[in-house]
Design a protein around this ligand. Sequence first.
Ligand SMILES: Nc1ncnc2c1ncn2[C@@H]1O[C@H](COP(=O)(O)OP(=O)(O)OP(=O)(O)O)[C@@H](O)[C@H]1O
Ligand SMILES: Nc1ncnc2c1ncn2[C@@H]1O[C@H](COP(=O)(O)OP(=O)(O)OP(=O)(O)O)[C@@H](O)[C@H]1O
Ligand SMILES: [Mg+2]
Ligand SMILES: [Mg+2]
Lengths: 251, 251
Amino acid sequence: MGKIIAVTSQKGGVGKTTTVVNLGASLAILGKKTLLVDTDPQGSIVANFQIDDYEVQNGIFDVIVNKVLMTDAIINLGIENLEIVPSNVRNEKQEVDLFTHGLQKHILKSILATIKEDYDYILLDCPPSLGTMTLNALAAADSIIIPVQPEYFAIRALGRFIKTIRRFGQESNPKLKLEGILITLYDKRLKQSKEIHQELKNGFQDFLFDTIIPRNSKLSEAPSYGKPAAFFDVSSPGSVGYLKLAEEIIQ
Amino acid sequence: MGKIIAVTSQKGGVGKTTTVVNLGASLAILGKKTLLVDTDPQGSIVANFQIDDYEVQNGIFDVIVNKVLMTDAIINLGIENLEIVPSNVRNEKQEVDLFTHGLQKHILKSILATIKEDYDYILLDCPPSLGTMTLNALAAADSIIIPVQPEYFAIRALGRFIKTIRRFGQESNPKLKLEGILITLYDKRLKQSKEIHQELKNGFQDFLFDTIIPRNSKLSEAPSYGKPAAFFDVSSPGSVGYLKLAEEIIQ
Ligand SMILES: Nc1ncnc2c1ncn2[C@@H]1O[C@H](COP(=O)(O)OP(=O)(O)OP(=O)(O)O)[C@@H](O)[C@H]1O
Ligand SMILES: Nc1ncnc2c1ncn2[C@@H]1O[C@H](COP(=O)(O)OP(=O)(O)OP(=O)(O)O)[C@@H](O)[C@H]1O
Ligand SMILES: [Mg+2]
Ligand SMILES: [Mg+2]
């Protein structure tokens, strides 16, 4: 069925990578064959699974720049239904090469076309900017998820971002949909969490996921266990949040 | 004396903007004439002081793209010793124009030269990427501060980033110094805070500031008060942290 979902936001540190890793794990648990693709040159999705850089042969860099086959960059984690393509950008020269090759916005789309039908879901992790990799992800995706931390500038930034994506979509990917806006890092001890949640409901009612991801230490500790939270503490609020999100998406 | 300090990191959401706003406020409180410059096209430093976009006439965008005088972009906040230059990028076309003009890496440096001696400190807020605005900030700065959140990939990302900056410094700004690495968002309830702090001490001993900025709700709530935490709750851990940092820098 090959549904491609890009997880993107221009704001940094809002849980794009955490969402890709944990939503991916949840979809896998629920029986959906899932591929995680790291398009962030600074990305370290592999490190969430305690795979060291020296164990990685090929990644999205090698596929896009050196025309390595996508199938040669897919890492099997030994976890049912979950595979990943690391970013594998080792230094700044490689980052520049990736950027230059990425100027052809549809290169990622054509690469994913070669393996799309092997998976139920392909999740694309994006860097915190509207650069070539994010634009490639937007050109390739069927839909996008925008994680939003409930902090004071979230609404303004979100409005601008959605405008930009709509315009880009009209030019380069008219079928691009908004899967949903996901509230992340919700901290119930902070008054702003409730305030901004309400503002988001007022402004973006139809697009907000019902699921809210709470701030939960299990999610940030997960890399020290080498696996997503659902695989070592499935009843933690963070794990439950992402499982619910997966169910919401699968409906 | 005009010391220019760029606050920069490739990781998103680590407190670059929070550091610029609160360190700036602290330097002002300690009697140093301080200017905050927002080089982030997505930036909203003004919103921390409850200034609305429609109240802003000129910003770094107008100075760099339309050759407006820097002095015409400086906003007096009515706070002693503290002024700001907003980013004032209103839409994507402006963001592209800023990018294109920013390809001349020394344009920010020459702009700042016109007002450098009017201040004791000029703090530059950077976006979460090594794009044209960050490169301009690095070319213009006397020194840099790198905020680091103690999370599991912080060390690896930091090492790569410092390498990149060193190389850039050699080419474009040989006198560029590392003012220090600042641990931010330190959460004493998380075991990883202490672990990563220790790893940072082991790897970057001489460059770590003694001051650590704790996670403190006063810092994230500040925008709802329209002023940095030190101006409404000076004894909060967040305020005290940034005041100590200012003292450490002034020495
Ligand atoms: N719900 C959560 N609870 C606790 N910690 C979280 C949660 N979501 C994310 N984090 C932590 O917050 C930090 C930032 O998250 P993450 O790296 O996923 O954001 P990002 O949007 O991918 O950042 P970037 O913009 O740099 O790519 C990480 O240390 C992560 O472990
Ligand atoms: N010490 C702290 N305690 C509590 N909240 C904090 C602290 N530092 C930053 N924050 C909050 O964390 C969020 C991210 O901080 P901030 O915007 O300063 O990071 P940034 O590095 O500038 O992000 P970006 O990479 O998007 O520019 C904001 O909501 C901010 O209020
Ligand atoms: Mg990320
Ligand atoms: Mg910022």
